[in-house]
Design a protein around this ligand. Structure first.
Ligand code: NDP
Ligand code: GDP
Length: 342
């Protein structure tokens, strides 16, 4: 039985990967900070209690050494991160401690305790920043535009460095945005899906968002974890992009989310004064606020995952509209469940 240690196991990707690896017969160790934040995800996937819990904070080297010595994993997936771009502008030092130095702590512990293990680092499309409109591939240069992305860039290169310097099997996936009903509500997709569902049931008046014109390559998280696992099953360690190859604006996401609840939108006004109105009622259901803008924005992201398609045999299946609909439907059934439980 293979043993796997997943940091940030109670986050979106950790939860999906845990379920995937439990189904494959792995013994899964979930390394998380104390408290029960995120346990709801394991509960929703029906795997609560099936993952062995290990206390670990990426800020604390002792935790990391202890966890590795205890588990002696065959595979390590590092998802633990301060993962919210907007927050990284308010907490740049903490973000770097976790997202950059935390990865060095983990790699250094692995080098000492279990150098034969295979290591996965969750890199991000944010590394590219605003580098034009073309699809990014593994050779595109990096121009990070947030403290989050700068810290992740360090983590990316330190992982490559440990591979080259010490011969560790250590890889990075450059992950384009991947979403699901398990996404945190701080992210725009889940925020919109939840708001559209509540508005359609009369439980909320409107949603307030930021830059409607930002464009992202949005895939379904449940499928991305298989690509990550495949990366660790290759004869040779290498880095790959995981992406859909399509890009859509926040505005399009909002239109699709409301459409999934049966509400048609029309846009009025410009810039911060722009509003989305429910065509049927004439009421404003979407407004824009400066609060949700970033000091520096990545306007558009679109990835080319041909290398993963060819070498890993991985490709995403869920299309944009299917993703939006499955997220909105999940929010509607959460509301139905709440009603039954009242
Ligand atoms: P989440 O935010 O859902 O999960 C991150 C996890 O990291 C949470 O469980 C969080 O725990 C944990 N964590 C935060 N700080 C620490 C710390 N100091 N020590 C230990 N654990 C910590 O992220 P996702 O699952 O969406 O993403 C997984 C990884 O992939 C992240 O590294 C993210 O940056 C990266 N990524 C994700 C993309 C996406 O679209 N989802 C795109 C590109 C990269 P707690 O609840 O206690 O805060
Ligand atoms: P990110 O790509 O990892 O930063 O994921 P997010 O979901 O946080 O943001 C995706 C894009 O949506 C970014 O360009 C944001 O500026 C934009 N956006 C617009 N409105 C909002 C909002 O209300 N919340 C968030 N989180 N992002 C928003």
């Amino acid at each position: 039985m293979k043993k796997v240690l997943i940091t940030g196991n109670r986050g979106q990707d950790g939860a999906y990967l845990s379920r995937f690896l439990l189904e494959k017969g792995y013994k899964v160790y979930g390394a998380d900070r104390s408290g029960d934040s995120g346990l709801w995800r394991l509960r929703e996937l029906g795997i609560e209690g099936k993952v062995k819990e290990i206390a670990l904070d990426l800020l604390e080297p002792t935790n990391i050494m202890d966890a590795l010595e205890k588990v002696m994993p065959d595979e390590i997936y590092n998802f633990a991160a301060q993962s919210i771009v907007r927050v990284s502008f308010d907490q740049p030092v903490l973000t770097a401690e976790i997202n950059a130095l935390g990865v060095t702590r983990l790699l250094e512990a692995m080098r000492k305790v279990c150098p034969g293990a295979r290591f996965f680092q969750a890199s991000t499309a944010e590394l590219f920043g605003s580098t034009g409109s073309a699809q990014r591939n593994e050779t595109t240069s990096f121009h990070p535009r947030s403290p989050y992305a700068v810290a992740k860039l360090y983590a990316h290169w330190i992982t490559v460095n440990y591979r080259q310097a010490y011969g560790l099997y250590a890889v990075c996936a450059i992950l384009f945005n991947h979403e699901s009903p398990l996404r945190g509500e701080e992210f725009v997709t889940r925020k919109i899906a939840a708001a559209a569902a509540r508005i359609s049931r009369g439980l909320q008046q409107k949603a307030t968002v930021g830059n409607l014109d930002a464009s992202r390559d949005w895939g379904y998280a449940g499928e991305y974890v298989e690509g990550m696992w495949r990366m660790l099953q290759q004869p040779k360690a290498d880095d790959y992009i995981l992406a859909t190859g399509k890009t859509h604006t926040v505005r399009e996401f909002i239109e699709a989310a409301f459409a999934a609840t049966g509400i048609r939108l029309v846009w009025k006004g410009k810039g911060l004064g722009e509003r989305g109105l429910n065509v049927a009622t004439g009421k404003t259901v979407v407004e824009v606020s400066k609060e949700f803008y970033r000091p520096a924005e990545v306007d558009r992201l679109m990835g080319n995952s041909s290398k993963a398609r060819t070498k890993l045999g991985w490709k995403p299946k869920t299309k944009f509209r299917e993703l939006v609909t499955l997220m909105v439907n999940a929010e509607l059934s959460r509301l139905d469940k709440k009603k039954v439980n009242l």
